[in-house]
Design a protein around this ligand. Structure first.
Ligand code: CA
Ligand code: CA
Length: 150
């Protein structure tokens, strides 16, 4: 009987491989990641705390495909014009990195003229509807919607 159960499980995993990679409730799947688009607003620190609570991290956009998925979702469904992502130049001004990384971002989609470090205090970043859904840098204490990723 146990052998049959194991066989049945094997067949299920073989027929429905995506079931094993299912996203937590509220997260949306794209390729090998799951994304959560917040309906609440928070500063960079608050957004980080919420993502961590959901066992995720602020989204890291590594290539055009991922960028187009996240931008596309925001264009179609977003309730807010600004969505915070997980990059900052807190470590070294003018050198934006994804969280926990030292090397600069490889893929980037800044709006022309950004990051501007306007007023000398823009060290966090995200997707800005007023800039064609490309990236802009903001003060880290600004409260925005945000995207978590697992
Ligand atoms: Ca800056
Ligand atoms: Ca800016």
């Amino acid at each position: 009987m146990k052998v049959w159960n194991a066989l049945l499980l094997l067949v299920i995993v073989w027929i429905f491989p995506n079931e094993a990679l299912r996203c937590p409730l509220g997260f949306i799947r794209h390729k090998h990641s799951c994304y959560w688009f917040s309906s609440m607003k928070g500063s960079f620190g608050e957004a980080n705390a919420v993502c961590r609570y959901l066992k995720s991290h602020l989204a890291e956009i590594n290539n055009r495909d991922e960028d187009e998925f996240v931008r596309g979702h925001i264009m179609r469904h977003a309730k807010s014009p600004y969505y915070l992502l997980g990059g900052s130049d807190l470590r070294l001004e003018g050198r934006f990195t994804w969280q926990g990384q030292v090397t600069p971002m490889v893929y980037q989609n800044w709006n022309p003229g950004q990051p501007s470090n306007y007023g000398g205090q823009e060290n966090c970043m995200g997707i800005d509807k007023t800039m064609g859904y490309r990236w802009n840098d903001w003060p880290c204490q600004d409260q925005h919607n945000f995207v978590c990723e697992i």
